[in-house]
Design a protein around this ligand. Structure first.
Ligand code: SAM
Length: 255
């Protein structure tokens, strides 16, 4: 997958690309990240990328011309990666989620546009990049951290990027559930012991315990997710519950 990140602060993004999974994904050729400096697409001698807001008010707004030129260049230079799915990072965008990450991981070419200041001129959203993503209901100073969040969440879902042992299969938000608790050595740390079942070597029992824990903690911590999850018969049994029986026919009217 190719990912272009359009920003006026490309240096901010370099270091995270040089570590861990993002580094490995790039080195294996599964991920090709290109940092595009929007400032290089401004034509004046000061390389201006922002201006005062029409109508007055505090702060500056990112000018449309350098953004249009940089995006148009990406479209023109797509090459083998094909047309880019272009997304504007904005607190006003659709909330980013694991589901959206899975969907974006199917793309061959993604372009993430980072705003700064008070944001980008509205004509960018109206005529160039209607797709917007927000990483949460708070306002950051720029789109670079949100772009990295999206890149990281998407990259680990590209087939082959994570090894088998790191598989995202049981990660939180798969099937609308949170992941089960994890423990590692020592089995006894300051008198706090690891649940016996995890030391038993009974793989099926361990799997059942994990599923139950996953259900219980989702119910407790994220009832909104739990409501969306469709409980299987086995999961009902794990929770000691029964599926409510369907009533036959319609209840009779009170005469
Ligand atoms: N004035 C804008 C508003 O109230 O909607 C906020 C602009 S913010 C200071 C500057 C840039 O940071 C935005 O253009 C966007 O690219 C990025 N940004 C800030 N918070 C974000 C969030 N929660 N999700 C995605 N991008 C965000």
């Amino acid at each position: 997958m190719r990912v272009d990140i359009l920003t006026i602060f490309p240096e901010m993004l370099r270091s995270p690309l040089e570590h861990s999974i993002l580094k490995r994904a790039r080195e294996s050729g599964r991920l090709d990240v290109r940092l595009v400096d929007i400032r290089e697409f401004s034509t004046d001698r000061h390389r201006t990328v922002d201006d005062m807001p029409y109508g007055g008010g505090a702060g500056m707004v990112m000018k449309p011309e350098p953004i249009f030129r940089s995006v148009e260049q990406i479209i023109a230079d797509a090459g083998d990666a094909g047309p880019a799915r272009i997304v504007l990072m904005t607190p006003q965008g659709e909330p980013f989620s694991q589901e959206r990450a899975r969907e974006l991981a199917q793309e061959d070419h993604l372009a993430l546009l980072c705003g700064r200041y008070e944001g980008v001129d509205e004509r960018v959203r109206e005529h160039l990049v209607p797709d917007g993503l927000s990483i949460g209901d708070y306002v950051l100073t720029g789109g670079e951290l949100p772009a990295l969040v999206v890149l990281d969440a998407v990259a680990r879902l590209i087939p082959g990027v994570l090894g088998d042992e790191e598989s995202p299969r049981h990660d939180s938000f798969t099937d609308d559930l949170l992941e089960h608790p994890q423990y590692t050595r020592p089995a006894d740390f300051r008198g706090w012991t690891v649940p016996e079942i995890l030391l038993s070597g009974h793989h099926e029992e361990v799997a059942r315990w994990r599923r139950r824990q996953s259900l219980l903690r989702t119910l407790q911590r994220r009832p909104d997710l739990f409501r969306r999850h469709h409980l299987t018969e086995e999961e009902l049994t794990l929770l000691g519950l029964e599926r409510p029986r369907r009533r036959k026919g319609r209840p009779r009217d009170n005469a």
